[in-house]
Design a protein around this ligand. Sequence first.
Ligand code: XPZ
Ligand code: ZN
Ligand code: ZN
Length: 511
Amino acid sequence: MARRCLYLLALGGVLLLGIATFSRSKGLRRSLRGAASRIPSQFSEEERVDMKRRFSISDCLTLTGAIQIPTVSFTSEDYNTTALAEFGEYIYKVFPTVFSTSFIQHEVVGGYSHLFTVQGSDPSLQPYLLLAHIDVVPAPAEGWKVPPFSGLEHDGFIWGRGTLDNKNSVMAILQALELLLIRDYIPQRPFFIALGHDEEVSGKNGARKISTLLQARGVQLAFVVDEGSFILDGFIPNVKKPFAQIAVAEKGSINLMLQVNVTPGHSSAPQKETSIGILAAAVSRLEQTPLPNMFGDGPLKTTLELLANEFSFPTNIILSNLWLFWPFVRRFLERNHITNALVRTTTALTMFNAGIKVNVIPSVAQAVVNFRIHPAQTVQEVLELVKNIVADDRVQLHVLSAFDPEPVSPSDNQALGYQLLRHTIHSVFPEVSIVAPGTCIGNTDSRHYKNLSNGIYRFNPFYLRPQDFTGIHGLNEKISVQAYETHVKFIFELIQNADTVRVSVPHVHEL
Ligand SMILES: CCCCCCCCCCCCCCCC(=O)N[C@@H](Cc1ccccc1)C(=O)O
Ligand SMILES: [Zn+2]
Ligand SMILES: [Zn+2]
């Protein structure tokens, strides 16, 4: 009986997580409900073929398509500048209207990133920012069913590195704007498009420089939209219904190097402990000692409570009474590696180096551990915990890079960016009934824009299943042709929806 009860509680916990929608107030939400796009998001057969070719394999103007240009970032100092420059020329050729419209200014920032300033006919409206990145992670051809930079179409899918992360956003944003301009649409609300060229390796030369430039111009943004979350399908066990998650929070990060130095020697007469043994024991302790489960702090608990009424019995009861059931929900969430990442700072051992020869005791052993910091913790707090777990003075700790979690963006009924996304999701994906705020477990370029806006939202308008997730940074990344078209449609509607809502803004800035 007790076991059955536990099972029900656990099941409830899982169901809860997946489901979410606002049901509270009506202010902004009501004004959005009646807002129809002024130009219908319908594209001719010719336009659909064209947008697909520009994204994958272009047969016009150049021999390549966006996916075929290998804009790979290896490190923050090493990225394919030839390909990035080619990409800049490519978008200039395939989106002629965007580049020739008088009320749109285009600037290259940091050598290869692009900033578009769309002036808008009503400067009293606060501008917003659409973000995407041009660069991709490396893709060695081994293990791919098609060459990763081929952009080939097969069985209704476009294959290649960047099809999900994140050339889909780059191309869909420009494509949607191009189509709106061709239809003589003049945006009322000013907006920016920022396309970073080094997101995969920190964004310090792209997004950070664009943000500094905008800040110097006195720009304050109503909201920012970036990659980082999706319509999630099948990520939570037992929750079969896809739901849209808009990430309003983003985890922090530490890359920590652990190093052990010993006197080198002959392997025939080793000391009791070697540099490798000492280091291996330290990283093993870190792996075996998960950092605290933070369920109850940060946005997740509030989100679940807000969503409780969307669930049927008994999940609604469990979620409405987390004060009673939270220990069960908390423990349940730890059991899956994705939901585990939502409730705690994660510890991932990512690099380990030591040794130069089979019969030499190495003098140095080094490992790198990547921590993704829960929104309710800080870099300093995590470092203190880590020191106590390592608890060995022979292991030196060197912080290679670190940043705190991002502030949590509003998702209430007055949160313009959140509500615009929510409304657009319902209109483009009428079958998706649940839109929920959540946390991005990875990092995005949007963190560079926190000085410009308190409304930072991470959402990609396509379905993501666990098997698709393995393609992001992995093998056989691909997007269906239909999903790409829908992405264009989503941006086409979002830009128009941003013009239909009026909210008072504290400051107005000239673009
Ligand atoms: C409720 C269930 C939630 C399930 C969520 C499952 C899907 C999660 C997908 C998360 C994708 C996040 C994508 C982030 C982009 C990315 O890969 N960033 C990279 C690169 C980077 C590193 C540091 C600083 C900036 C950028 C990263 O996070 O390592
Ligand atoms: Zn990305
Ligand atoms: Zn990525």
